[in-house]
Design a protein around this ligand. Structure first.
Ligand SMILES: C[S@@+](CC[C@H](N)C(=O)[O-])C[C@H]1O[C@@H](n2cnc3c(N)ncnc32)[C@H](O)[C@@H]1O
Length: 217
């Protein structure tokens, strides 16, 4: 099973009495881990039949004993009313924001969102801040030489203040400054410095970005 570090990090935020929906369940690995932990209900949602069938195959051992519900649908549109935790992992930040926006009327019982975008994380954070999702916790993990940022948030109804550094580096991650966070941004910084050194014309955007990294390191 691939992605164990990333998926187990998401699992840490799921309690055994939670009712989980995994949006974009693909292989069904998160549901498998959740059932092994003791979670009693998981709705596996994907908008493609192929991945849902793979998930069914992977979870066949649970089908009689537990409450696994397989749903062919986009995002949150067919969310089961029992669900209180939504996980949306391994998709682009823009797609995750679109799923949250498209399904905002279906998610009234949801009190926890676990999100992990593999691209455009700042865009996702901006959507969350602008739509009163409070970020409660953030984690950075590394798997197969790739860094993944996970966000735990809840829908609130209060205005959230943020700045560019919060969007780019994460409001909690940049304050906690874990060793992995420092490693990631040092890697990015060194990569951009090499590009700047080799450029004939100063790449202003990269220079400004490196200044931001210096600020948070
Ligand atoms: C790259 S996989 C990620 C799988 C898993 N969540 C993970 O993190 O390992 C993305 C999955 O999301 C599904 N997907 C894409 N857009 C979706 C949408 N709007 N609603 C539900 N599923 C979607 C795809 O079919 C695919 O199975």
């Amino acid at each position: 099973m691939s992605s164990l570090v990333r998926l187990n990090s998401a699992l840490d935020w799921i309690d055994i009495d939670d009712k989980l929906a995994d949006i974009g369940c693909d292989h069904g690995y998160l549901a498998d881990l959740a059932f092994k932990k003791g979670v009693s209900f998981v709705q596996l949602i994907d908008n493609k039949e192929g991945p849902l069938n793979v998930a069914k195959k992977n979870l066949y051992e649970y089908l009689d004993k537990t409450n696994a519900k397989f749903t062919l649908a986009s995002g949150l549109l067919e969310l089961d009313s029992r669900v209180n935790v939504v996980a949306i992992l391994g998709m682009g930040g823009e797609l995750i924001a679109n799923i949250l926006e498209e399904g905002k009327h279906q998610a009234s019982n949801v009190n926890k969102y676990i999100l992990e975008a593999n691209t455009k994380v700042p865009l996702l954070r901006k959507y969350l801040f602008d739509n009163e999702f409070e970020i409660i916790s953030e984690k950075i993990v590394k798997e197969n030489n790739k860094y993944y940022e996970l966000i735990l948030c809840k829908k609130d109804s209060k205005l959230i203040q943020y700045n560019e550094l919060d969007l780019e580096f994460g409001p909690i991650l940049r304050k906690e400054k874990s060793s992995l966070f420092v490693e990631k941004w040092t890697d990015v910084y060194n990569k951009y410095q090499n590009i700047i050194k080799k450029s004939d014309v100063t790449p202003d955007k990269l220079v400004a970005y490196c200044k931001m990294i210096e600020e948070i390191l």
